[in-house]
Design a protein around this ligand. Structure first.
Ligand code: PBG
Length: 332
């Protein structure tokens, strides 16, 4: 593309910034309620609304409350809600059997939400960490996170979620071959229309800290996740992962975390042209909230600006804890 700028003063690039109307007219990217996926934390019990201290404004919610939240989200026009369970430590084991229990917290939540708010898509998280005594996304044998046995368990977990009515399966585990396993199991069990949004490029990141508090995994995690989550120094590898997941049957792909990985979002979208999502993770949310609560930044402005950045980078949507607030602002 040739440069299109005439010499000054023929071209004055400030002309199209002069009024709100002109700015609206020439804006290249916008954020809409349709771009939002809302991650929520589940907790057993009744009438529980338990604040997550490292994520101001975010709650762990019992199912009665999460059903209300899902209805509100549906009324706001948010297309999807994503469920993360806080698991009772007593249910965490070496064999992670709770992960594919048809009556675990997540599966009960899927059924109740689909019942009460059928028009909002329900997305799940597939990984063993909420159920694993050592906090890892896969089985640990002799100090190593083993791949293939983990994939078999993840497939069982996926089927339990699909049977409960999940619309979108979200594998966040970073094992090799899991998308293939999940897709063929879904296909052969009659769930051809269940989508997979793969956490394809998920980095071993320090930004997940508050999330691990929220789901009660921080104390449990032994070691780190660097043998399965990506090295923050890599970029080409993200494209290989996305390509592999697409070949194995992913419908949509995700880059995670968000703001620190916008270059990856952009490369993924321009290379493959597939539905691409970013996860604005717990640490990103916590940083914005902490600065805002100190009066150092304007919360609404930075919230909207940070989300618009994902659109500009090429994302089709964003998983964000801000989803209901953003939807309210956009609808007002
Ligand atoms: C675990 C999982 C994590 C997140 C989503 N799923 C944390 C991790 O990998 O340790 C992080 C989300 C966030 O930080 O908001 N499979």
């Amino acid at each position: 593309m040739k440069p299109t700028v005439a010499p000054f003063p023929t071209a004055r690039l400030r002309r199209t910034r002069a009024t709100q109307a002109l700015r609206n007219l020439v804006r290249e990217n916008t954020l809409s309620v349709d771009d939002l996926i809302w991650p929520v934390f589940l907790r057993d019990g009744k009438d529980v609304m338990e604040p997550v201290s490292s994520m101001p404004g975010v709650m762990r919610q019992s199912l009665d409350n999460v059903v209300k939240s899902a209805k509100e989200a549906q009324a706001l026009g948010i297309p999807a809600i994503c469920l993360f369970p806080y698991t009772d430590p007593a249910l965490k084991t070496e064999d992670c059997a709770e992960a594919w229990n048809p009556d675990n917290l997540t599966n009960r939540a899927i059924r109740e939400i689909k019942d009460a708010a059928p028009d909002i898509a329900v997305m799940t998280d597939v990984a063993l960490d909420p159920y694993n005594i050592n906090g890892h996304d896969g089985f640990v044998e002799n100090g190593e996170i083993v791949n293939d046995r983990t994939v078999d368990a993840l497939v069982k977990m996926t089927l339990a979620q699909a049977r409960s009515g999940a619309d979108i399966i979200g594998p966040s585990d970073m094992m090799d071959g899991r998308i293939k396993g999940m897709r063929s199991a879904l296909e052969s069990e009659g769930y051809a229309n269940v989508s997979i949004l793969s956490y394809s490029a998920k980095y071993a990141s320090g930004y997940y800290g508050p999330f691990r508090d929220a789901v009660g995994a921080s104390g449990a995690l032994k070691g780190d996740k660097k043998t399965y989550q990506m090295d923050p120094g890599n970029s080409d590898e993200a494209l290989r992962l996305v390509e592999r997941d697409l070949q194995e049957g992913a419908d949509m792909v995700m880059v995670k975390p968000g703001i620190a990985y916008l270059d990856i979002c952009h490369r993924v979208k321009t290379t493959f042209g597939v539905p691409t999502f970013a996860y604005q993770v717990s640490g990103e949310y916590a940083m914005i909230m902490a600065a805002a609560q100190n009066g150092w930044i304007n919360e609404d402005q930075v919230m909207m600006e940070s989300l618009l950045a994902f659109k500009r980078a090429g994302c089709d949507g964003i998983l964000t804890y801000f989803a209901p607030r953003v939807a309210q602002l956009l609808n007002s």
